[in-house]
Design a protein around this ligand. Sequence first.
Ligand SMILES: [Zn+2]
Length: 375
Amino acid sequence: TTVPDSNPQSVIIMSRNEHEHEQEERNPTTRLRNPTTIYKTGVTNIMKPFGVALISHDENAKCYNQLFTSINALAVQEFNQPCLINHVMADGALGITSSQQTVFPHSRRMMCWFHMIQKCRLHRNLVTKEQWVSIDADIHAVQLSFSDDVFNRGIDLLIQKWSATPATKKFSDYFVDQWITKLPYWYEGAAFGKPSTNNGCESMNAIIKQKYTLRNKLHLSAFLPKMEQMLTDWSEASISSPFATATSISPDMELHAYKWSVSINRSDILHWFNTFYVVPSSTTTITPSVWLDLYRSGQWASFDDFVAWQTSCWLVSPLTSCTCPIGLKQYTCKHSVGLGIVFNLYQVTDKTRCEPLGKRKGKGRPKKVRTALLL
Ligand SMILES: [Zn+2]
C-alpha cells in the first residue's frame, strides 16, 4: 500500500543489539505518531526516506546483518514487500561487505570514494613524491568513468601504465587487491546519477553528535528520548524544507548554461540515440563523432589516450544528466541545462537573458579559451 502525500507518515525504527542488558528500559522499537516523511516523486517512482538506528557496541557482520534484516522487515511491515536494495554505500568495513552479501546479495556494494582515496593516500609511501602526484591524478581521472565498460577498460590501461614502471609495482599490487578485486565500485558510473560518497550520511552523524548526544556516550534510557526528540525535530523541519526529489537549477548555473547554449556551434552537437547527445568540451581535440567511435570500440592505445578521450566530449541528456565532472558530481551542469535551452525544454528568466554575454558578473575564474579548430 502507498500512503497519500496529503497524509504522510514517518516510521522510525530503532533497533538494538541483543547483547544490550537494558531489557526493561523501554521497548526498543519506537514509532513516532506524526508528522511523517513519505514522499512521492511520480506515479511509478515512489521514494520513502526512512531511518533505522541500530544501537550496538561493535561493528561486526552480525550487527550489520541485524540492521539489514531490520530494513527488510520494516519494508514488509510498512509496504507489504521486501525492499529492493540496488546499492549499499559505505566505507570499507568488512562487516558491511559480508552482511550485504548475505542479506542483499543482488545489490552492488559501493565503496565511498572519499574513504577510498584517503586509504590510497595512506599508501603513498610505497612510491616517490613525484610518482604519487601522477598516481593521484590517474586515480582521480579514472574515478570519473561514467559506466562499467568505460571503467573496466580504463582501469586495465591504468594498471598497464603502472606496471610498466617497476618502482610503482608495489603500489599497483596493493591497488589491484584492494580497489579492483575486493572493492571495485568507487567510480561515478558504478551507480550513475547517485552519490559516490557517504558524506551526506557522515555529516548527519556529525549533526547528531553536535546537537543531540553532545559527543557523550549515553545510557539507553537517556539515548532513546534524545533520539525521539531529534526525529521529531527532523520530521517537523521536513515540512518547511521538504525532501528534494529533483536537483534545483541555481541562477548562477542557469547563467552558465545560457552562455554555453549561445556559444555552442549547433553542428557540433551530435545526436546519438533517444535523448542522448555528444557535445565537445572546451578543450577538445576530437569531434563528437570520433569520440563516439572511440567509445563504441573502446580502442584506446594507452591510459593517457583514455583520459584525453574522456575529457574531450560529454554525453548529455538535456535536463537529466551529463558525463562532465560537474554533471557527475552535482547532477546538474551547464551542458544538460544548456541543451535544455537549445531544445526549448527550459525557459531562462529575463534576468539571465539580459545579462551581457561578453562580461562576467562579479569575480570568478577568467573565461577558458576555447579550442577554435575542431578536427
Ligand atoms: Zn556537463
